[in-house]
Design a protein around this ligand. Sequence first.
Ligand code: ZN
Length: 318
Amino acid sequence: MCKKNMEQEIKGVRISGASGASRFRFLFLLMILIGLVIIFFKMPRPCQEPLTYRIGKVDERFGMSRQEFADSAKRAASVWAKPFSRELFREDSKGAIEINLIYDYRQESTDRLKSLNYKIDKTRNSYDELKLRFENLKSEFEQKNLVLVSDFNTYNSRMSSLNAESESSQRKGGITEDVYKRLMVEKGELSTLRANLLSRQEELKNLADTINSLVVVINEVATHYNLDLVYYQDVGQKLGSEFCEGKYERQGYTHTITIYQFANGYRLMRVLAHEFGHALGLQHNENPDAIMHRLITSDSLELAPDDISALKTSCGER
Ligand SMILES: [Zn+2]
């Protein structure tokens, strides 16, 4: 029956004077349409059958094994199973959603501050504390840098004088023992001064790295609470308001969840649960306690009523 109809349709096209090329185009478009319908029905839809995911890149600098990361992803995914009492996600080596753990300046900054015993709990209070430390370190840096630049200039001019005097004495045909001794003392002092300058330069570089790390962490908290961002060298621009611990992206049939940073294991699962929510088609909501609130302000893994109602709407069950 269907076949007959199709023949009639094709005949109709030909009678109307269409060329062989347009008949081919029609068949081609029809095939694409059929293909799309098949893909649509074959695509796993959330809630009806589990969405599959696979673990992609896991940067070893997080100090976490692939298995530990996979376990965190599994627990985070199970958060969404509660309202329906069935899993909405399943790990599969060919899974549709790739989950990556990427180490970049975000985690590096957190690690650096942690190694310096900074308390980073990313609360509103920690913003004030960290900002104060930032201002203090910034003025310490500027002060030390000024002195260092001036000491470098002094060193360079003493070095030039030493070289000039040594060359001039040699041109005059020799050097007295007294002058020689004085020049050697000066040379020794300059050598010690140089080592001192280089070590202070290294110390300042470390200080600058700490300040940069502070900027990264402060701006993360600032973004969460809509507070002023801090700027220092080029780091401020690099971050802007785009700081995020994780993100979900979908391009065509490619879904990716990327995690950039987490303070602890609970936080990792919380970020993963949020990104899994996006994979289910959920948008941000206004409830600060919700998994799908745009800011992650707690480590709780409980779905809020807003999360549950959004999930049910997305699943067409309400
Ligand atoms: Zn989000």
